[in-house]
Design a protein around this ligand. Structure first.
Ligand code: FE2
Length: 285
């Protein structure tokens, strides 16, 4: 058994998204344009409504999956196929845009804390033009493993004997929200065939000899075990992994395809009102 170390640390960069929402981006910046199969990671977190109230009015996606995990707050999702999703503190949404979705994500609060993550997960070429799909899970539907001061919310994949409800059949994403209550160590088996990263959002943690400060993404190196520790102040982080796709990536804003010609087609389809081609399948719990 060998422990995974840190291959790269990427500090978050503030970006403005949607109609004026402030987010902290790590994957999808010049320092880390992508991390196959992941295309973007935004952490939004503010108790100032000016930084989130404008939300994300109607916008398109094609060629990948958006995975939203709401830590605090309340957002309403509505899409071109008539789906309505209520995202509340602790809930999650996995939306396979695939051949095309137009949706909005709008805050349902005018004060208080809004905090969460949006991760973009790429799709293999064979899935990019298939029908969209949508999975949404309430906070109660996400199982928790806890003991010895280590609490793990299992959104996707498996930890100990707990399996998360969100199924990601294309890149087998595993998504854990881990809280270390004081000086504790979290250990997890994670084989080298999976790309993996850690993002600390409360407290501070260490991995091997590396300090993991808040709002910094750590890309993990090869190995088959992850060990993350906190000192007395504790820490909270997400640990996410997935199978790399290994195909060319062409991205233009919300369209991610394999070639320039496919990007041109996506832009033409959007312009001509033909981006949305197929109905989504919906799973909610
Ligand atoms: Fe979106």
């Amino acid at each position: 058994m060998s422990n995974r170390s840190v291959e790269k640390l990427v500090h978050a960069r503030a970006v403005t998204e949607g109609a004026g929402v402030t987010a902290h981006r790590t994957i999808g910046t010049p320092a880390l344009p992508n991390l196959d199969p992941f295309l973007m990671l935004d952490h939004f977190g503010s108790d100032n409504p000016d930084e989130y109230i404008a939300g994300f009015p109607d916008h398109p996606h094609r060629g990948f999956i958006t995975f939203t995990y709401m830590l605090d707050g309340h957002m309403l999702h509505q899409d071109s196929m008539g789906n309505k999703g209520d995202l509340k503190s602790g809930g999650a949404q996995w939306m396979k845009a695939a051949s095309g979705v137009i949706h909005s994500e709008m805050p349902q609060q005018s004060a208080g804390l809004m905090r969460g993550f949006q991760l973009w997960i790429n799709l293999p070429a064979s899935e990019k033009m298939t029908a969209p799909a949508y999975q949404e899970f309430s906070p109660e539907a996400i199982p928790v493993s806890s003991g010895d001061g280590v609490t793990v919310k299992v959104l996707a994949g498996r930890y100990a004997d707990v399996t998360g409800p969100i199924k990601d059949p294309h890149t087998d994403v595993q998504y854990l929200d881990v809280t270390l209550d004081g000086a504790r160590t979290f250990t997890h088996t994670l084989y080298s065939n999976r790309q993996a990263f850690v993002y600390v959002f409360e407290g501070e943690a260490t991995l091997e000899d590396y300090g993991l400060p808040k709002h910094t993404l750590a890309v993990l190196g090869t190995g088959d075990t992850v060990r993350i520790s906190a000192s007395g102040g504790g820490a909270r982080f997400i640990l996410v992994s997935g199978r790399p796709i290994g195909e060319p990536i062409e991205q233009y804003g919300p369209f991610v395809m394999n070639s320039q010609a496919e990007i041109q087609q996506a832009m033409a389809d959007y312009r001509d009102g033909e981006l949305v081609q197929r109905k989504a399948t919906v799973t909610a719990a």
